[in-house]
Design a protein around this ligand. Structure first.
Ligand SMILES: Nc1ncnc2c1ncn2[C@@H]1O[C@H](COP(=O)(O)OP(=O)(O)OP(=O)(O)O)[C@@H](O)[C@H]1O
Ligand SMILES: [Mg+2]
Length: 508
């Protein structure tokens, strides 16, 4: 007879079923695992042997064959440990279960003493069980993550022995761990009302959030660029349940989940400029998500923008267009979600003080131009707003009163503007194609005249023209105005005319 136990492994962030088949046969003692296991699964043989013995069960003295089906997908995780151990214990035929095994799925990594360790990807496994109507047995530490999926029976267990006693009905009152809801609003790192001055930058930030526009801030060191970027999650609308699940699945698959349940706050990721290609987009031998996926539904903040290598930045193009990143390996390809708002920050020159009133810049014009030209063209094309963040005078910093909207007020405006866009374009303004843009941008006569005048005077490229229109559309949406009016165009032009990449460097 063969014992079959259901388990699941991960492909990208999604769970797929693995059936563990265990057979005991005569012959010399041996323990073989077949069905494309990788090194970590093969290593599990030693853990499983010790765990079974230390849980006071007999370890068979015959030939053990474990097959992991489907055999054509590589199994790469230790979360199959418990299903293999359970199969071996049950195949010996000394234990009577009062739980039918065919509608149960088991995941968990064993330690040598038979205790169970937490695993990654529990949320996607729970979603899979919900889809298939299976009961899920998870390590106790992963219980809260699993129960955030409603409509699945979840059984937590602490060791192999504990699991068997649940399955035999010996342990009846399984006490469930308490799961406190993770905090929402109180967890924001920075709120708009924490930032003194910077009225224009804050306004640009709100416009960027409302239309899903990517944004670049430049200014001297310490002027508050990082702080402004950190305020973005507090302005964006609360994540929907679907978004919370998507984001949590990514963190769970990568083993980065700190919350006990779902992640409620939009992520803010700020990778260092020395980050590798794999670190940014994901991959590696274990096929883990990268920073672009950890920023999914949130903000990817690239500080010291020109310091990132061109090659690293080029890979951002696919996720910025498609909202997903595809990683291909010899064994196949996986997709990770990667829909984020890109916010970049940089100094105006290598020393940081070009154009500053506080300190003199010591860079030569050539050095400044070289520094700015390091920013990759194709990525710059996808940035709609460029904003100056000057140093705030000390008197202003000492003022108690903070100018501008609070995060809560801004969030309301952003949410309303987003609703209008989804109803009209089915997407945010930043993602409008040329045809739809033309259709949805009805300009009033004086607004059109101003845009044409500015475009001719400053020799706008068609790309610049489109950007101004998109930003004006977002500003109009924030005011719930159907037509684009003169003051919408005038404000949109401000963010483009200050285009500091085409600026002439001069010291007078
Ligand atoms: N407008 C402001 N309101 C309140 N605090 C501020 C403001 N600007 C700067 N600060 C304070 O200064 C610190 C440094 O600001 P921040 O890190 O945002 O600067 P930065 O522009 O990112 O600098 P760098 O170019 O060196 O990265 C912040 O942690 C904050 O305490
Ligand atoms: Mg900074």
């Amino acid at each position: 007879m063969v014992t079959k136990v259901k388990s699941a492994d991960l492909s990208g962030i999604y769970a797929y079923p693995v059936e563990v088949e265990v057979d005991l046969s005569g012959g010399l003692p041996a323990f073989n695992i077949v069905g494309l296991p990788d090194a970590s699964v093969r290593e599990s043989r030693d853990r499983i042997r010790s765990a079974i013995k230390n849980s006071r069960f007999d370890f068979p003295k015959s030939r053990i064959t474990v097959n992991l089906a489907p055999a054509d997908l590589k199994k790469e995780s230790s979360r199959l440990d418990i299903a293999i151990a359970l199969g071996i214990v049950l195949e010996q035929g000394n234990i009577k279960l009062n739980f039918p095994l065919d509608n149960c799925l088991f995941i968990g990594e064993l330690s040598l003493d038979g205790k169970i360790r937490g695993v990654t990807g529990v949320l996607s496994t729970a979603l899979f069980c919900k889809e298939k109507g299976l009961k899920l047995f998870v390590p106790e530490v992963n219980f809260c993550e699993a129960v955030s999926v409603k409509g699945v029976e979840i059984y937590p267990y602490t060791s192999l022995l504990d699991l068997i006693s649940i399955l035999t009905g010996e342990k009846e009152d399984n006490e469930l761990p308490e799961c406190s809801e993770s905090l929402g609003e109180e967890n924001y790192q920075v709120l708009l009302e924490d930032i003194k001055g910077h009225v224009q930058a804050k306004r640009a930030l709100i416009i960027a959030c409302a239309g899903g526009h990517n944004m670049l801030m430049y200014g001297p060191p310490g002027s508050g660029k990082t702080m402004l970027a950190k305020a973005i999650p507090s302005i964006l609308p609360d994540m929907t349940n679907k978004e919370q699940i998507e984001t949590t699945m990514i963190y769970s698959a990568g083993g980065r989940l700190k919350e006990k349940g779902l992640i409620k706050i939009r992520p803010f990721r700020s990778p260092h400029h020395t980050i590798s290609h794999v670190g940014l987009v994901g991959g590696g031998s274990k096929l883990l998500p990268g920073e672009v996926s950890y920023a999914h539904n949130g903000v990817l903040f690239l500080d010291e923008f020109p310091e990132f290598s061109r090659k690293t930045l080029e890979v951002l193009r696919q996720p910025m267009e498609d909202g997903v990143i595809t990683i291909t390996r010899a064994t196949g390809s996986v997709q990770f979600p990667a829909k984020f708002m890109l916010v970049a920050a940089m100094n105006p020159c290598p020393c940081g003080y070009y154009g500053s009133k506080e300190k003199e810049c010591v860079c030569t014009p050539t050095k400044i131009l070289n520094y700015r030209s390091k920013v990759s063209g194709p990525i710059l094309d996808r940035i709609d707003l460029i904003v100056n963040v000057p140093q705030i005078p000390i008197e202003k910093m000492r003022e108690v009163k903070v100018e501008g909207l609070t995060s809560k007020e801004a969030k309301e405006i952003v949410s309303k503007a987003m609703d209008i866009q989804f109803q009209r374009n089915k997407c945010l303004n930043a993602y409008l194609d040329a045809k739809t843009l033309k259709k949805v941008c009805k300009l009033e006569k004086d607004a059109e005249d101003m845009l044409i005048f500015a475009a001719n005077k400053n020799s706008f490229s068609s790309r610049t023209y489109t950007r101004v229109l998109k930003i004006a559309r977002t500003i109009a949406d924030m005011e719930e105005s159907e037509n684009i009016k003169l003051h919408h165009i005038a404000e949109a032009l401000q963010y483009k005319l200050s285009d500091f990449f085409s600026e002439n460097i001069s010291y007078d």
